[in-house]
Design a protein around this ligand. Structure first.
Ligand SMILES: Nc1nc2c(ncn2[C@@H]2O[C@H](COP(=O)(O)OP(=O)(O)OP(=O)(O)O)[C@@H](O)[C@H]2O)c(=O)[nH]1
Length: 438
């Protein structure tokens, strides 16, 4: 695998049974970074269980199972490589918890692949008021995913097979809907495919000569790489801190915004420790400056390993990361057995930090689809509710407004080992912290 290629995160969405697993399985099978031995093993097992006809979907299920056992495995399994990019499927289609996974996963997606079935009745079911084609497209847009590819699937099963008329009809209806959500549909490829036979996935389909747009893989290669916010103030959430003998303190993290240069004075928040950058490394190569997307280790003078930890955020002293006294967020409750009330204290997972935060006010309940206020100061929130909520972290925590620093302004709320909800930070009341520059 070439480390030169940019990475893109892709989320796959769509109505139940429209063929997401089959499509992703097929792509992984053909372009995935899975070793031949594993493929063979999976194929044999599929055959043994009489599931050969479900090979691709089943392959994906199997990979998902594997993935749930360990993150490392997942990282190699759910990746595939095209001419321009390395793609990571950040959320593969699940079953029960798909919407939940979709929301949490989608928050980091650079693009979404919407799979819709062209089979008679199936497309219509997905577009019904309860349909997931509709629901997932709304969620993706809400989470800020602006790049979308539509795979019009099961073209082998239209009446007659490979029907241009059916394709055009779907493109018109779905296009109108996506446009109503604010998508620029002139930029969205609608690709007639069969996840099952592979038509128009990687090679051009001989069955649909009437189509002259891109294949799925060509469309994936035409996506824009994620933006590099180099003009914004520096933010590096710290993943780990090492003390290396002969070198000194080496924090490790990914630059989210801004630029870090050798010689810069930096501050770590919340502890407000200041130091000077002596060297920067990425993948064991020394660099003079680091930009958004770079995973780096940097040696700082003036800060000891004991002073800083995972969850702290690095910035420049003239524009330090914001430590929140309180913050206000738009939240969506994904799962809760009873009700969420004032006083409830879930753990907030935000960038590399996790800090319990108390709900001090439920300002308003919102219509999850339109975002309009439906009730002021509700007593409680239930599963499926969207709301504006004010939180107070129980210890100092860096939180930024989503509009200023998206990766530092979105979070998951967890409790009892489960994800209770997700949120987007709309406002932060900063804590006054003095930065001693010595
Ligand atoms: N004829 C035909 N059938 C397909 C195609 N793609 C998927 N299917 C079938 O459609 C059914 C559903 O496919 P899946 O891939 O499991 O669908 P999914 O969207 O992942 O479903 P969930 O994970 O349950 O949401 C299976 O029976 C597949 O074999 C296709 O291109 N053509």
């Amino acid at each position: 695998m070439s480390s030169e290629k940019p990475h893109l995160n892709l989320v796959v969405i769509g109505h139940v049974d429209h063929g997401k697993s089959t499509l992703v399985g097929h792509i992984l099978y053909r372009l995935g970074l899975i070793d031949q031995k594993t493929i063979q093993m999976l194929e044999e097992e599929a055959k043994k269980r009489g599931k050969e006809s479900f090979k691709y979907a089943w392959l994906l299920d199997k990979l998902k199972e594997e993935r749930e056992r360990g993150v490392t495995i997942a990282l190699t399994y759910m990746k595939f490589e095209t001419r321009k990019y390395i793609f990571t499927i950040i959320d593969a289609p699940g079953h029960r918890d798909f919407v939940k996974n979709m929301i949490t996963g989608a928050s980091q997606a650079d693009a979404a692949l919407l799979v819709v079935s062209a089979r008679k009745g199936e497309f219509e079911a997905g577009m019904s008021p309860e349909g997931q084609t509709r629901e997932h497209a709304i969620l993706a847009k809400t989470m800020g995913i602006n790049q979308l590819i539509v795979a019009v699937n099961k073209m082998d099963a239209t009446e007659p097979p490979w029907s241009q008329k059916r394709y055009e009809q779907i493109k018109t209806v779905l296009g109108k809907f996506l446009k109503s959500l604010g998508y620029d549909i002139s930029k969205i490829p609608f690709i007639p495919v069969s996840a099952w036979t592979g038509d128009n996935l990687i090679e051009r389909s001989p069955n649909m000569p009437w189509y002259n747009g891109p294949t799925l893989v060509e469309a994936l290669d035409s996506l824009e790489p994620p933006p590099k916010p180099i003009d914004k103030p520096l933010r590096i959430p710290i993943q780990d801190v090492y003390a290396i003998s002969g070198v000194g303190t080496v924090p490790v993290g990914r630059v989210e915004t801004g630029v870090l240069k050798v010689g810069d004075r930096v501050v770590f928040m919340p502890p407000a420790k200041v130091g000077e950058v002596r060297s920067i490394e990425t993948h064991h190569v020394r660099i003079e400056k680091a930009e958004p997307g770079d995973n780096i280790g940097f040696n700082v003078r003036g800060v000891s390993k004991r002073d800083i930890r995972r969850g702290d955020v690095t910035g420049h002293p003239d524009n330090p990361p914001t430590v929140a006294e309180e913050f206000t967020a738009r939240v969506f409750i994904i799962w809760h057995p009873t009700a969420v009330t004032v006083g409830y204290t879930p753990v907030i997972h935000i960038h590399t930090a996790s800090v319990a935060s108390r709900i001090v006010e439920i300002k308003a309940k919102l219509d999850p689809r339109t975002g309009k206020v439906v009730e002021e100061n509700p007593q409680f929130l239930k599963m499926g509710d969207a709301a504006i909520v004010r939180f107070k972290p129980i210890k100092p925590l860096v939180v930024e407004k989503y509009s200023d620093f998206p990766p530092l302004g979105r979070f998951a709320m967890r409790d009892m080992g489960k994800t209770i909800g997700i949120g987007i930070v709309v406002d932060v009341k900063p804590m006054k912290i003095e930065i001693k520059t010595k």
